[in-house]
Design a protein around this ligand. Structure first.
Ligand code: HEC
Length: 138
């Protein structure tokens, strides 16, 4: 029973990432972890746990610093959901990555009164996804 569930889960994860390898897999993993950290932040705010907010925000800031290097030219094809617009408008993409890092750092330093900073952080995800990520699976 447990084994079946695990196999199903493994199959699902593989399908979700479409068998990505190399740098595409690396950045998908980073984004998945950013997604998890964002969920942790939501839960931690609800439970008034500033330390957990701070840790998760710092984790996002760390990933954000790596984003520009994880999206090299020529890596925007299936199974990646990253759009070639990133090559065409790299300055804007890198600026959004920097904005994500700044928003995450700001949240980390405002973990005791996090709501406004958390809202800005999530806005930044949307701004980049709307412009630079294929619209599907949402
Ligand atoms: C600078 C642009 C940018 C920012 C900011 C950004 N993302 Fe992304 N994100 C992307 C791109 C591009 C992809 C598609 C990557 C690919 O498929 O190669 C993506 C993919 C994802 C995925 C799907 C990963 C997978 O393969 O299953 C998740 C989840 C995600 N982002 C969460 C977030 C969250 C949460 C935030 C904000 C806290 C965020 N992202 C901020 C550009 C960004």
């Amino acid at each position: 029973m447990k084994r079946t569930v695990l196999l199903l889960l493994a199959g699902f994860l593989l399908a979700a990432h479409g068998g990505a390898t190399g740098i595409v897999k690396q950045r998908m993993d980073a984004m998945v972890d950013i997604g998890r950290a964002t969920k942790t932040i939501r839960d931690a705010i609800r439970r008034s746990e500033p330390d957990a907010v701070r840790d998760a925000a710092a984790r996002i800031a760390g990933h954000a610093a790596e984003i520009p290097a994880l999206f090299p030219d020529g890596s925007f094809h299936h199974p990646s959901e990253a759009l070639p617009a990133i090559s065409a408008d790299r300055a804007a993409f890198d600026a959004l990555a920097a904005k994500l890092a700044a928003a995450a750092e700001k949240l980390a330093s405002n973990a005791d009164a996090p709501r406004e900073a958390a809202r800005r952080l999530v806005d930044t995800c949307k701004q980049c996804h709307t412009r630079f990520r294929l619209e599907k699976r949402r």
